[in-house]
Design a protein around this ligand. Structure first.
Ligand SMILES: NC(=O)C1=CN([C@@H]2O[C@H](COP(=O)(O)OP(=O)(O)OC[C@H]3O[C@@H](n4cnc5c(N)ncnc54)[C@H](O)[C@@H]3O)[C@@H](O)[C@H]2O)C=CC1
Ligand SMILES: O=C(CO)COP(=O)(O)O
Length: 440
């Protein structure tokens, strides 16, 4: 088999050619988005990407065609998981990391010393800390840096990111300072002149790296880029749906981490199945309310990136947010848990961000009745209440109908994204009459 040698950051890596491993049951590669070359291989062109798409100027294979080079920003658990997804498709990937020793360990031992260290990093992956070298001929970026560090990180590398290169974001949360989702942060730092897509859904890094079946959603306002990333990532073990609802997808990914903290607390307090199920269901109602107010769709919240990821994170054993909640419920201090965990629990900062965002944008009376779980989690994390007091407060809320009808015209105006949380409640007859997905 032909092999290509790529010298990156002083490390020689074997990079097999990009080979489409899509099988018929996964779906046909879109003709608009790909080109069949004489070698019979299928190469994604990135049709939504401007003509200067650097694939065409980057390294070439022996047939003179471009080789895709993905750069993964952030070499933590999810960066590694994405290297596995792309590695399975034979795509050359550079992990852009902060720690030189970690990068060298990956290049030499094919393992990260701390994250998923029992799983070998796939061969087409190189690791480096050299930002300039890594980004120079990137064809696409995959952003896997935690949300709270993203703004500063992106600002630092912005000048090195080639024009027009598309970005797939996998980070889930709301920035505590700016109160923005990643769909605002990325263009604000890397510019509007490129396409952005967002990946979410129940997708634990460990299970992906182990090759267990996973289904996610890629959302983008640019349908061609959503299709390109879908085709680039999809394999027999990684199923990718597409969506145009970026806000709904991101709200689901952000809020589910806060709900997982609450679900974990129920477990830590030994409250039983009734309590945690009720809490998660009511939490989804809060998630939906926020998504609708920000211009997202109810159907997205009912899908993989809403209910799906909430189930996985609130009930599955792998969630770091849930495990943080369990330990809080058992009486440990938040600072001790976070220091000890050594991995990110995005729900903590996102709970504070959501609390502020809702209070700032929502002029309604008794917000604590509309978002009791999100507000309750923020109070517990701040140390204003214990987890048990938080639960007692939920049980003591005024008795009300399960769903409240809309109280303003905002629902009718949903076609215009509100961006800020507005003053209305959703009803149980909530309709979603817009396109569910891109019309193919
Ligand atoms: N691990 C998982 O199963 C999943 C994670 N995600 C999301 O992916 C994002 C990244 O999470 P993980 O990789 O799991 O976190 P992690 O805790 O495993 O790793 C975090 C990575 O970010 C890097 N980092 C931390 N601070 C940084 C800074 N200031 N500048 C640059 N890099 C910095 C660290 O060096 C590390 O490589 C999060 O938003 C998370 O919600 C999404 C789906 C699943
Ligand atoms: O987002 C995730 C799974 O979809 C990972 O959740 P945790 O960050 O809680 O581990």
């Amino acid at each position: 088999m032909l092999r290509y040698f790529l010298l990156l950051g002083g490390t020689e890596c074997l990079v097999p050619p990009y080979v489409s491993q899509r099988s018929n049951d996964v779906g046909l590669v879109s003709q608009r988005n790909c080109r069949k070359r004489s070698s019979g291989r299928v190469v994604l062109l990135g049709s939504g990407i401007p003509p200067e798409y650097p694939t065409h100027d980057g390294p070439v294979d022996s047939g003179g065609g471009p080789i895709l080079k993905g750069v993964i920003l952030g070499g933590g658990s999810f960066g590694l998981a994405m290297a596995h997804v792309l590695g399975r498709k034979g795509v050359a990937v550079t992990l852009l990391m902060r720690n030189r020793l970690d990068a060298e360990t990956i290049n030499i031992n094919r393992r990260h010393p701390r994250y998923l260290s029992d799983i070998e990093v796939p061969v087409p992956t190189c690791a480096t800390t050299d930002e300039k070298e890594a980004l120079r001929d990137a064809s696409f970026l995959v952003h896997c840096v935690p949300v709270q560090h993203s703004r500063r990180y992106l600002r630092k590398i912005a000048k090195l990111v080639p024009t027009g290169v598309p970005v797939l974001c996998t980070s889930k949360g709301i920035d505590r300072k700016s109160l923005n989702l990643m769909c605002k942060i990325l263009p604000s730092q890397l510019g509007e002149g490129r396409s952005y897509a967002f990946l979410s859904g129940p997708s634990f890094a460990r299970e992906i790296a182990e090759g267990l079946a996973t289904a996610v959603v890629v959302a983008s306002e640019d349908r061609r880029v959503a299709f390109d990333f879908r085709d680039l990532l999809a394999s027999e073990s990684f199923r990718v749906f597409t969506s145009a609802d970026v806000v709904g997808l991101e709200v689901g990914g952000a809020v589910k981490n806060v709900l997982a903290l609450a679900a974990g607390m129920c477990e830590g307090l030994d409250l039983g199945t009734n309590a945690v199920t009720a809490l998660v269901t009511r939490g989804l109602y809060e998630m939906q309310r926020i998504a609708l107010a920000m211009g997202g769709r109810a159907s997205t919240i009912a899908g993989l990136s809403g209910v799906g990821d909430t189930f996985g994170t609130c009930f599955g054993p792998l969630s770091r947010n849930r495990n943080t909640g369990v330990r809080l419920g058992r009486g440990e201090r938040l600072d001790d848990i976070l220091a000890d965990m050594g991995e990110v629990a995005e729900g903590v900062e996102t709970a504070f961000a959501l609390e502020r965002l809702i209070k700032k944008s929502h002029k309604s009376y008794r917000l604590d009745l509309k978002f009791p779980i999100i507000f309750g989690v923020a109070e517990i994390l701040r140390g204003d209440r214990t987890p048990r007091e938080g639960l007692e407060a939920l049980m003591g809320l005024p008795l009300r109908p399960e769903f409240i009808a809309p109280v303003s015209d905002a629902q009718a105006n949903r076609r215009r994204p509100l961006i800020v949380v507005s003053d209305y409640e959703i009803g149980d007859s909530d309709e979603d009459d817009r396109d569910i997905d891109f019309a193919d």
